[in-house]
Design a protein around this ligand. Structure first.
Ligand code: ADP
Ligand code: MG
Length: 349
């Protein structure tokens, strides 16, 4: 359906491991002054004088985290970097370097890896991070990608999950639930394609949600915006597994409770209409769908005037004492306990 129709195929064996690494990484440029030495030695050398370093890593496995029948490799490369940068930004830090490790079977031609690295490079350029190393090995089955992101922040501006306070406001950036509904569209089109390979999907009316699934953007802009508004969140996390599970992480780690308001949850109209089409409840999708890579944070009430008029932010609730538990207040004004159900749990329903 969306797979690469390019006919040219160069076998990986022709290049060998070192030829492959050179070929894939030759167009990457170093732009960060904290990168002393990048690719090409036994290890990269980085220098972060007087700051705290932030390090995060993620592992993506074909068939578990992605399906190459509808995920173009260029998008996969981009998304693999976004997933990691999002974790750096969720610490209120800036990202400066990544490493990329891949395990790949011989069924992939060189051109496929070129697509993957084109996506990685686009992410590096857009987010101003240097690719400084990685590892390359063979796999007997599918593709495995592991990205590590490195960033920095001064110690007193780093924001964890464990410092939310009773009375704080709960804020979500952008809108949520779209990436999960984009996945539903792609899964449906895959099923249609299996029955009729000549069917060309018309994804026009789902463009936003499909893009949110295939090409998420990490919220670097929010970290910069918060700094310019002089707002230091009291706690922050990125929304990779759905609003419910993320707010519960903050509540558990901070020993607090929360009330979220159903009517406040920011949803794109395409999420609402696609949920109607699939017979799904859009609030459930926002709470339990995943992969939006928006930020969820808490702020002191005194910071409310600084963020209230900003279209990037929606206040969805407030933090309470731990004893009150974590609840959703529905439109009908009933109070239901929040449960952690990531998108994997939702998928296996
Ligand atoms: P070593 O044998 O010391 O592990 P490698 O031959 O694996 O070194 O790697 C050589 C250089 O290329 C190192 O700088 C390494 O970080 C980099 N590198 C290897 N694989 C990748 C990759 N997939 N992407 C980016 N850089 C890589
Ligand atoms: Mg190596």
């Amino acid at each position: 359906m969306l797979e690469n129709k390019d006919q040219s195929r160069t076998s990986l064996e022709e290049l060998g491991e070192f030829g492959l690494i050179d070929h894939l990484t030759e167009h990457f440029k170093i732009s960060q002054k904290t990168t002393v030495k990048g690719i090409g030695d036994d290890a990269a050398v980085l220098s972060f004088p007087d700051t705290h370093m932030v390090v995060t890593t993620d592992l993506l496995i074909e068939g578990v985290h992605f399906d190459l029948s509808y995920v173009p490799l260029k998008h996969l490369g981009y998304k693999a970097v976004m997933v990691n940068l999002s974790d750096v930004y969720a610490m209120n830090a800036t990202a400066s370097q990544i490493t990329v490790s891949i395990a790949v079977s011989n069924r992939f031609p060189l051109e496929a890896l070129e697509d993957l690295y084109a996506g990685i490079q686009a992410a590096c350029i857009n987010y101003k991070v240097d690719l400084v190393g990685g590892d390359t090995t063979s796999s007997t089955t599918g593709l495995v990608i592991s990205v590590t992101a490195i960033g920095q922040a001064s110690g007193d501006t780093i924001v964890g999950r464990d410092t939310a306070k009773s009375g704080d406001l709960v804020v979500v950036t952008g809108d949520i639930g779209a990436a999960y509904m984009g996945l539903q569209i792609l899964e449906r089109e895959k099923a249609v394609f299996k029955v009729n390979p000549n069917n060309q999907p018309d994804l026009e009316q789902y463009a936003y949600i499909v893009e949110r699934q295939l090409k998420p953007e990490a919220r670097k802009d929010v970290v910069n915006l918060l700094a310019s508004l002089e707002v230091l969140p009291t706690a922050m996390i990125d929304i990779s597994d759905g609003l419910s599970s993320e707010i519960l992480h903050i509540c558990k780690n901070s020993n607090v409770g929360c009330n979220l308001y159903e009517e406040k949850i920011p949803l794109d109209p395409q999420v609402i209409s696609t949920c109607e089409e699939f017979g799904l409840d859009s609030t459930t999708i926002a709470l339990s769908g995943g992969e939006d890579y928006e930020l969820l944070f808490t702020i002191a009430q005194t910071d409310y005037p600084k963020i209230k008029a900003n279209p990037n932010f929606t206040i969805v609730g407030h933090i309470t004492d731990q004893g009150e538990g974590a609840h959703l207040i529905t439109r009908a004004n009933t109070k239901i306990p929040l449960v952690a159900r990531g998108w994997n749990a939702l998928n296996s329903d």
